[in-house]
Design a protein around this ligand. Structure first.
Ligand code: URA
Length: 165
């Protein structure tokens, strides 16, 4: 997959952030610009951050898989597994209070046995880290019901963060 990508998309934002957002994999725009979430899903993510008074410079944003999968296919299990140690190292350095997983791929890589339809918006503590599973902004972008659900879940972030000690 590295051979077919333009560049590695490592992450973006504040390495001292309290919140880290983790998506799935770079798409076309991300592959071109070398930054995560800079296309339509990224614009929506930026809008939701603004709703809670945050900008991209206040948080850290990355993906499970750091190369664009050819033709935007789903990342393969072995690709997710290969990148996991790098994601874990990023989290170890940043030490966020809250890890927000965006979509099923991100959630499945970090948290065992959850269903996004049931657990979205509910914080989970796992091995000492607090996680918040959310729907993926790309999935919610053009689906009215899901879009509002994601916005409602997102707006809970400040309270969830404040409750973490
Ligand atoms: N979708 C993702 O999961 N990650 C990106 O960086 C962009 C879109």
């Amino acid at each position: 997959m590295a051979q077919e990508a333009t560049q590695l998309v490592f992450g973006d934002g504040n390495p001292d952030a309290d919140i880290v957002f983790i998506g799935e994999a770079p798409g076309k725009n991300e592959d071109e610009q070398g930054k995560p979430f800079v296309g339509a899903a990224g614009k929506f993510l930026n809008e939701m951050l603004a709703l809670i008074g945050l900008g991209r410079e206040d948080v850290y944003i990355t993906n499970i898989v750091k190369y664009r999968p050819p033709n935007n296919r789903d990342p393969l299990p072995e690709e997710k597994a290969a990148f996991l140690p790098f994601l874990q190292a990023q989290l170890e350095i940043i030490k966020p209070k809250l890890v927000v997983t965006l979509g099923r791929h991100s959630m499945d890589s970090l948290l065992p046995d959850l269903q996004i339809s049931k657990c979205h918006g509910q914080p989970k503590r796992y091995k000492g880290q607090v996680y918040l599973p959310l729907f993926h902004p790309a999935a919610a972008l053009y689906n009215g019901g899901l879009r509002q659900t994601l916005i409602d879940d997102f707006e809970r972030i400040p309270k969830i963060l404040a409750a973490i000690n």
